[in-house]
Design a protein around this ligand. Structure first.
Ligand code: NDP
Length: 309
């Protein structure tokens, strides 16, 4: 019997118990899945951020912690966590992000607000450029960033991507390193942030970065709030350097009601819904990693503690 502890807030247990049970059964794994165990009995921990479990020290038998979210910033530097940590890479997560990012990019590209918000009897015959003439930059070319970069390229946008290590993708200009960042920002008519929250990425989008973008650019952030210097962004919105920011993630969530982003006419706030881990497909990823571990195979999607993601 393999003992799997589900360590997340109770409402998640309601949505995950059945799909996880099914996924373990489908792989023929003899699993006892529960929300309470004596720590020394636990073989694997399925973990979600905001879980009350913060001290991993008593989990002496635990072979791996399997995170239900793609971002691991809440757990990766926990000094009590010595077990391998896998993050979530899931078809549903990628598809949801692709749809959210392309939807918001097209909103800005096509100038949809002009007609949706401005239906006032005036015939405004603004014709948007073709996607060929709107350059998009995606910072972060991982599972989600690359999926979005490819989808945007497929729509006809010239796409530049930037990552820590050099990537290659047909039709996408792939850059890396500090010099690469300057180039990537200089062609960002639309900038999409899909970087993790690490010490190296915090405040990456500061006043200098915003000034390096073309005037009137659009910013779309489904990555993490701390990637952006909020004050610098508000200043850039006020001067028109940034025409509009669509923000899904924030330093403090829920975004406090008195935060200026809520009231700013050129900011769209969405409540961290760009993409959600889907219980059915994510459960299969978790179960497959348990199967691998039990068979002595390497785990998939291990987080790199030295890189912080
Ligand atoms: P990955 O780990 O697959 O990709 C991260 C990318 O960022 C990689 O290309 C990586 O480079 C790059 N990167 C990391 N650090 C740096 C750096 N210092 N300089 C340059 N590039 C860097 O993550 P995912 O694509 O799966 O997810 C990305 C983020 O999206 C998550 O960390 C999370 O914060 C966010 N997210 C948001 C959701 C939402 O609903 N809003 C839902 C899910 C995730 P390299 O390829 O060289 O390693």
């Amino acid at each position: 019997m393999i003992n799997v502890l589900f360590a997340a807030l109770p409402e998640r247990w309601v949505t995950y118990e059945a799909p996880l049970t099914k996924a373990f059964n489908d792989l023929g794994l003899d699993v006892d899945l529960r929300i309470d165990f004596a720590p020394h009995e636990v073989d694997y921990i399925v973990y979600a951020p905001n879980s009350p479990l913060q001290d991993f020290t008593p989990y002496t038998r635990c072979k791996a912690v399997l995170n239900l979210w793609a971002g691991v910033e809440n757990i990766i530097s926990n000094p009590t966590l010595t077990q391998p940590l896998a993050r979530m890479v899931d078809h549903g997560l990628s598809q949801g992000m692709r749809e959210w990012v392309t939807g918001h990019a097209l909103r800005h590209h096509l100038g949809m607000d002009l007609h949706i918000k401005g239906q006032d009897g005036e015939w405004r015959d603004y014709v948007p450029p073709l996607a060929d003439d709107r350059r998009v930059t995606v910072l972060g070319l991982g599972e989600l960033g690359m999926a979005c970069a490819k989808a945007l390229h497929g729509l006809g946008f010239p796409v530049t991507g930037w990552s820590r290590t050099q990537k290659e993708a047909e039709g996408i200009t792939c850059l890396c390193g500090e010099e690469g960042l300057g180039k990537a920002l200089s062609t960002a008519d639309i900038l999409v942030l899909l970087l993790p929250n690490t010490a190296a990425t915090e405040n990456l989008i500061d006043a200098d970065a915003l000034a390096a973008m073309p005037k009137g650019a659009f910013l779309i952030n489904p990555g993490r709030g701390p990637l952006i210097d909020d004050e610098a962004l508000l200043a850039a919105l006020d001067t028109g350097q940034i025409a509009h920011a669509t923000l899904d993630v924030f330093r403090v969530e829920p975004l406090p009601v008195d935060h200026p982003f809520w009231a700013h006419p050129n900011v769209t706030v969405t409540p961290h819904i760009a993409s959600e881990t889907r219980p059915s497909s994510a459960s299969q990823i978790v179960a497959e990693n348990v199967r691998r571990s039990e068979n002595g195979e390497p785990l998939r999607f291990l987080a790199d503690r030295s890189a912080g993601y």
